[in-house]
Structure formats: C-alpha cells, structure tokens
Design a protein around this ligand. Structure first.
Ligand SMILES: [Zn+2]
Length: 487
C-alpha cells in the first residue's frame, strides 16, 4: 500500500447517503518559478518526505547531457528520487512542442500514481506547465494545428501564401479571420501563419474555434459546483519567487560558478557537434532547441575565434564578453519567466478557479530558504494531502501578499485591447497597458529626446506622461518573448 492510502478520506456525501464509497485522492504538485529560485531542491525535499517522483518541465533539461548548461541536479542532489523526462532527447533533436510535453507528462503522472506515489512537476518552461494545466487553452490563445510538421509542409505546398512575407500573410488573415488578424503584431509571422494554417486546414476561423472552446469551458464550470476538479486531479501549486535585484546577483554568481565547473567545455561540445552537422551538409534550424540555450550562443564568437585564430590576442576579451552576455541573458530569462507568470499563468489560474491553490514562497534570502521555502512548502503539502483547510495564499509572507495581490488586481482589470503605433519608434502595441509601458520606457524617451534634438518631430506629436496617465489601462498580455526564449 502506498502512502496515499493514509490520505483517503470519506466524502461527506458518501457518509450522508450511507454508502461506503471511497473517493481516492489524486493529488498533483506543480512547482513554478524562475531559474535560480531553488525549484528543483524543493521538489526533491517534497519527494523525499511524501513519497514522490519528479517530472521535469524544463525544455532544456529534456536534452541528454550538458549538465552545466542546462543546470541539471547531479545524481547526488537527486537523492535517489526518480526524475522523469530528464535527458529524454538527443542533442540534435527538435524540442518537444507543448502538446507533446502534455502527452508525455500526463502519461507519467498516471504511471507515478499507479505506483501509489505522488507526482511532482517542476519546471522552468512556463508554456509547458501552462499547456499541461490549461487544456484547450493553447498558449497563443489559438487552437493548435493537428498533425505537426508534416501537415504544415503539406499545407504550405497547397497555400503558397504561408511562405510569403508577414505583411502578405496578415493581409490574407485580415480577409479570412479579421478577429485573429487584430490580435497579432504585424511582425509576428509565426502567429499570423498559425492562424492562417488553422483556417486552411479546418476551413474554420481560429477565432471561432477558440470562442467555442471558451464557451464550452465556461458552461462546464457553471454546471459544476466543485469548480476545482481538474482533469489532472487535485492540484497544489507553488511559485518560487525572489526579489529581482537579489536574484540577479545570485544568477551572476551562478554563471561564474558554471564557468569554473566547465561551462566552456560543454559549449565547445555543442559547437563542434553543430560544425560537424553543417560540414556534413545537413540543414540545422538554429532558431530552436539546444542552439538557443543560454550559454551556447553567447560563447559562439569566442569558440569560432578560438578555432580559427587560436593565437589572436583578442581571445580573452571575447571570452569575457561571452561570460557577460551569458549573465545578462540569464537575468533576462528570469525576468521573462516572472512576467509570464504574472501576465499569463495567473489569469489562467483565475479562469480555472485554481488561483487559491497557488502559493508564492519567498526565495529572496538564501539564509532563510529553509524557513521561507522548505518549511512552508512541506507544511502546505501536508495540509493539502490530508485535505485540511489551506491558509490564504496572501498570508504566507509579506512578499506573497505584495506580489499576488498586485498581480491579481492587474489581471482583474477590464480588457481594453487597442492597437496603437508609436510613430517615433515605428512600433505597434496591441494593448493599452503595453502602450503605456512603451511611452514611458527609457528606450522610447531616449529616441524622442534624440529626435527632438534634431528637431525632427514637433513636441505635440509625442505622447506625454500626462496623456498616458489619463488613458484607461488594460491587461491583455502580448506574448513578448525575448530572443533569449529557450525554444
Ligand atoms: Zn516610441
């Protein structure tokens, strides 16, 4: 008998009706958090205490090898806890798309449960976790195209517009599905193409399919009194969060440590492998997979120089630049992960009525990690598994109150999608909030100052802060994946 048998309570209704039906609890723990917050450590601690097994949801850790680049726990740090979906694909393989991750992870969850153990999903790749949790609500807010790559090629052969310029594709989309066309940024070729593909493949508008899914889901929730029943079982979510400046400093130190531990050796391994494949005449799509991993691209100029001009006096400089670039890419990635959480995941959790199961644990102070993250995580998990009432998430710490309350308030605001173009920067923004962020950004103000100096634009043409403050704010997040996005 697994440990879960200790946590199988009788349902109230079963007691009242006098029947001895017992509902087995199917708990699932999911750990969100940016890189450097100690997610993997918490997962191992929970697994050792509650008989768990861990499922990796970090796209880069899906790759075999490269323990330093991908920040994998060592065997010793795994402390005998089974880890799944870790090192599952070869270096040259394409990364898993969301649907594939969801399929594999769901299968793994049920296998772990079959062994009477507790599944713990821990991840850095936000859209993997979101994909797993929010079924039917694919990351881009548009339905996925069935059949994957081969289907795509077939479609493109039939509809040459799919390989045309973003402008041409957008014009076509505006014709067939204006709602979707309005959603996407004119430069976002990938999303525009997907909307078109869906139209060509199904003969239906992506916007209609999405609207249908939404209303189905809403009526499903309305008809269920226990809205918290998720297809995956009963869910407890942790969000490991660290104050940005503290985290940045920690990440910088980690990169230094990675370099000491042989980051460059691993990077060279990836680099030589890439060279080999190119030399063999293979085409390599470098826009995704391991080629996009932080720590590889940043050292490429150095590695190229090292192989081509090994005696060059500039080598050290290139190496230092690689280290600095890796640091800044890591910081940006952490920022992107937090932004995804606050802009996307939290509103999805709200829609799914799961928000009160999300616990932010403050990992800012490493000295207090045990008290703030470990002890609180362990106690919450105990209460959750014992079906005791859980405390309010905002009461867990000052940080939890501050961050959660602020985020929820933002995502509760009315959506006011709007499309505005900054003529000075030639940039199109899709929501009021992003517009506001843009016109108050340092970059915009700098461009404006420079333009004013050259007297290229009259003062009245520049959106002022006062004007911005008077405009209503909306919270529709644009998918602003920076270039350091892992996939
Ligand atoms: Zn601007």
């Amino acid at each position: 008998m697994g440990f879960l048998s200790r946590f199988v309570p009788l349902l109230g209704s079963a007691l009242r009706s006098g029947r001895a039906t017992v509902k087995r609890m199917t708990p699932l723990i999911i750990i969100y958090g940016s890189t450097g917050t100690g997610k993997s450590d918490l997962a191992v601690e929970l697994a050792t205490r509650y008989n768990g097994e861990i499922i990796n949801a970090d796209a880069m850790q899906l790759y075999k090898g490269l323990p330093i680049i991908t920040n994998k726990l060592t065997t010793q740090e795994q402390r005998g806890v089974p880890h799944h979906l870790l090192g599952s694909i070869e270096l040259g393989e394409d990364p898993w798309v969301v649907t594939q991750f969801k399929k594999e992870a769901t299968k793994m969850i049920s296998e772990i449960r079959g062994r009477g153990k507790l599944p713990i999903v821990v991840g850095g790749t936000s859209y993997y976790l979101d994909g797993l949790l929010f079924e039917g609500r694919v990351v881009d807010n548009q339905p996925a195209l069935e059949g994957g790559a081969s289907n795509r090629d077939e479609l493109a052969a039939k509809h040459p517009i799919l390989t045309d310029t973003p402008e041409a594709m957008l014009a076509k989309l505006r014709e067939v599905d204006p709602v979707m066309a309005d959603k996407w940024h004119p430069n976002d070729a990938r999303k525009i193409r997907t909307s078109l593909e869906i139209y060509f493949a199904t003969g239906r508008r992506a916007s209609d399919i999405y609207a249908e899914q939404r209303s189905k889901k809403e009526s499903k929730w309305a008809s269920e009194s226990r809205a918290r029943d998720h297809d995956l079982g009963e869910i407890l979510l942790f969000w490991l969060y660290a104050q940005r400046e503290v985290l940045n400093e920690r990440l910088d130190k980690r990169v230094d440590r990675m370099v000491q531990n042989g980051l460059l050796r691993e990077t060279a391994e990836v680099y030589d492998y890439l060279r080999q494949r190119l030399a063999a005449g293979e085409t390599v799509d470098r826009s995704k997979g391991i080629w996009q991993s932080i720590g590889f691209r940043q050292f490429e100029p150095y590695l190229t120089a090292e192989r081509e001009t090994p005696d060059s006096p500039g080598l050290d400089k290139l190496k230092l630049a690689g280290i600095e670039d890796t640091k800044s890419a890591t910081r940006q990635y952490a920022k992107y992960q937090v932004r995804w959480m606050t802009m996307k995941t939290i509103s999805s959790l709200q829609e799914e009525k799961l928000l009160d199961r999300l616990y932010l644990l403050d990992s800012s102070d490493i000295q207090r990690w045990n008290a703030e993250v470990l002890d609180k995580g362990v106690e919450l998990t105990r209460q959750f598994l014992a079906r005791e009432p859980l405390p309010p998430a905002t009461g867990m710490s000052e940080m939890a109150r501050e961050v959660l309350a602020g985020t929820v308030e933002r995502s509760n605001r009315q959506d006011t999608p709007c499309r505005k173009t900054c003529e000075v920067c030639k940039k199109t923004l899709l929501t009021e909030e992003l517009w506001q962020a843009h016109v108050t950004s340092r970059k915009h103000l700098k461009v404006v100052r420079a333009a004013k100096k050259r007297q290229l634009i009259p003062a009245h043409a520049v959106p002022s802060r006062a004007l911005v403050a008077a405009t209503p704010v909306c919270a529709v997040p644009e998918d602003t994946a920076p270039t350091i996005n892992h996939l």
